[in-house]
Design a protein around this ligand. Structure first.
Ligand SMILES: [Zn+2]
Length: 375
């Protein structure tokens, strides 16, 4: 750092002008040569430093030595020089370039590249429920409002829970209607312990009854597997919501009333229901439930094959044989003392009806153009 401030010998206007002009020229030359940040800081210290800065030096020596009549003229020039130096420093900091050991950059270029926070950002899509999840939650919440709790259970089940305890004994022809994948290499196990992918969520009914004495009111949403060929309305993997209600004096009227309410809650208050005799191993009597066609209001259309009705779910009064299996662990399930009903519906089927989807595969294809419609 070059801090050589000569002593002033003359204090007339011309001498002051010359001395200050020389300093200003020096400051400008040095500022123009600043090429890295450390140099800018050195420049600041050299001129404005509180201990050894040139301006400090000048005010100390020149001002002190000046005769009284020259002090004002000198002071004015001093202040002007100080303003020039500060201006140069500001300019160097604002527009300076760095050319040093870390590479080089240019403050102006950095400014040009800076993020413009006033620009709208790129939009990130928020997640949304899949239409199957949405439908499943809707069905569940209809029953939750009736006091049902939600039960869940394993997707890999034993033969006992999936079939035997649901009154499908080994060799029973009803098993053929629910063919499924069976875990390999279990030949040495008793049949009831063999593992398979559950074909319905009914095993959770049994698991719940084994843990909980009546009364029971549960809905069981979940994924199920069947050896069904995929077509427009079938998929080997789909979702079900089943329900179970057990208490004293539960009658078929309770079943009808519950499902009629649920269908109106799901499809609108104008929907009517009707019950047809059917067969399921785990209920007796059993029924198929039809609802009045939501597309034509019951007049008859292509969707309801001109019948005005659409078959939607299965139900029935819990078979005493099922209660007998539950009673092995919970004696309170004595079919002479309690009764109950069960029902089950396919979530995909209901979602297809609610949203007018004609191909079940669209739910699983992961096509955002399709899924985006349900957000
Ligand atoms: Zn119709």
């Amino acid at each position: 750092m070059n801090i050589e401030i000569p002593n002033l010998t003359a204090f007339d206007e011309a001498a002051l002008d010359q001395a200050f002009a020389q300093l200003e020229r020096q400051a400008r030359d040095e500022a123009a040569a600043l090429d890295y940040w450390a140099a800018v800081e050195a420049f600041r210290l050299e001129w404005l430093g509180q201990k050894q800065g040139r301006l400090k030096e000048i005010s100390g020596r020149w001002l002190k030595a000046a005769p009284a009549e020259a002090k004002k003229a000198l002071g004015m020039r001093f202040n002007a020089l100080k303003a020039v130096v500060e201006g140069l420093l500001d300019e160097a900091l604002r527009t300076g370039q760095y050319k040093g050991q870390y590479g080089s950059w240019d403050v102006r270029a950095l400014k040009a590249e800076a993020i413009d926070i006033t620009l709208p950002g790129s939009q990130r899509l928020a997640g949304a429920e899949h239409p199957i999840t949405k439908t499943l939650n809707e069905i569940t919440s209809v029953f939750a409002a009736l006091g049902y709790s939600v039960g869940v259970g394993p997707e890999v089940e034993t033969d006992y829970y999936n079939f035997e305890s649901m009154n499908f004994p080994p060799g029973h022809p009803a098993r053929d209607t629910q063919d499924t994948l069976v875990v390999a290499n279990q030949d040495r196990r008793p049949q009831r312990d063999r593992l398979l992918l559950r074909t319905h969520t009914s095993p959770v009914q049994m698991r719940t009854m084994e843990l909980q004495a009546p009364p029971v009111r549960i809905v069981i949403p979940g994924k199920v597997h069947r050896n069904d060929a995929a077509d427009a309305t079938h998929s080997p993997i789909f979702h079900q919501v089943e329900g179970l209600c057990v208490d004293t004096n539960i009658t078929f009227s309770d079943l009808k009333g519950t499902l009629d309410y649920a269908m109106k809650a799901l499809f609108g208050s104008a929907v009517k229901t009707r019950f047809f005799p059917s067969f399921f191993p785990f209920t007796e009597p059993s029924a198929d439930v039809q609802i009045s066609c939501i597309f034509c209001g019951g007049k008859g259309c292509r969707k309801c094959k001109n019948s005005g009705w659409i078959e939607l779910l299965g139900c029935g009064m819990v078979d005493p044989a099922v209660f007998a299996f539950a009673a092995e662990k919970q004696p309170a399930y004595d079919p002479k003392k309690i009764s109950g009903f069960a029902f089950g519906m396919g979530v995909e089927r209901i979602a297809m009806m609610k949203y007018g989807v004609s191909e079940i595969g669209q739910f699983y294809a992961g096509d955002m153009r399709f899924l985006g419609q349900f957000v």
